[in-house]
Ligand binder design. Structure first.
Ligand SMILES: [Zn+2]
Length: 274
């Protein structure tokens, strides 16, 4: 949609200028007749600012570039995705559950955690799961400059490739936040940006029951489910609730006839019903 790559922060800066300009014009009783154009400018500036910010932080829109949120398919398939790992012992516990139910998942890994836990990364790959890039320091890319964004992404791909032999081709920006420049940097690297369609705010540890309920009731054919086996780079918050919820989500959805696939596989299903 945007051919000129402008940072969100620059757009908001310009809009702030327009809003203030509009308010000053109105205060000075200028441009008031026949309509209060100054106030109109201010209101429009605020509305555009809110819209652009929502486009940057909400997962389900392509305003700044194509993101993958879910698949349109008539088949009962879903993809489990886990962010912020690897984080011991929770990633191991989760891998045990996935193995028990023979369920493939996709792990969006934080580079710093990858470097601390190479064996765990090797195990994730060896057990047939897909690996994705989730930046090196789990930074807010909207607040990072272009060079930092590139380094965050490249460094993570490099450490994952050094351990597994393959660099990821999917990326999830931390918190899902992106703007035109973030999207351009990902496109230059042929990285598909993957968001999600089902989230339960599991990172707040609201209780296993709550995570399971919030997830299961939103799932439909082609959903991409977001859960967390890690906790940013801090790796402090426990993730036992997410791990236990993953088991229950798998049991419940399997009983409903769903099949679990990786992000790559679910994106390939998009053409099914077209
Ligand atoms: Zn994250």
């Amino acid at each position: 949609m945007f051919d000129i790559k402008i940072r969100l922060i620059s757009m908001l800066g310009l809009l702030t200028f327009i809003v203030l300009g509009g308010l000053i014009l109105d205060y000075r009783k200028m441009l008031r007749r026949p309509k209060r154009i100054g106030i109109g400018m201010a209101v429009l500036g605020i509305a555009i600012g809110v819209f652009l910010t929502l486009c940057a932080v909400l997962p389900d829109n392509n305003v700044f570039g194509k993101v993958f949120v879910e698949s349109e398919t008539s088949r009962k398939v879903v993809a489990l995705t886990f962010d912020d790992g690897p984080y011991s012992p929770y990633t191991e516990q989760l891998l045990d559950i996935l193995k028990e139910y023979n369920v493939p998942a996709t792990f969006f890994l934080v580079g710093e955690n990858v470097q601390k836990n190479p064996e765990l990364v090797r195990r994730i790959a060896y057990e047939g799961h897909q690996l994705g890039n989730h930046t090196y320091h789990h930074v807010d890319l909207l607040k990072s400059d272009k060079k930092t964004i590139a380094e965050e992404v490249d460094h993570t791909s490099k450490v994952i490739a050094a351990i597994t032999g393959t660099a990821p081709h999917v990326v999830r920006p931390p918190h899902g936040f992106r703007d035109p420049v973030v999207m351009e940097i990902m496109a230059e690297r042929s990285l598909k940006v993957v968001e999600w369609s089902v989230m339960s705010r599991d990172w707040t540890n609201p209780g296993v029951e709550v995570i399971v309920d919030r997830t299961v009731k939103k799932v439909k054919n082609g959903s991409i489910i977001l859960l967390h086996d890690g906790d940013g780079t801090a790796s402090e918050a426990p993730r036992i609730q997410s791990v236990e919820a993953a088991r229950r989500i798998i049991q419940t959805l399997m009983a409903q006839g769903y099949q679990f696939v990786t992000v790559d596989e679910i994106l390939n299903k998009t053409e099914d019903i077209k």
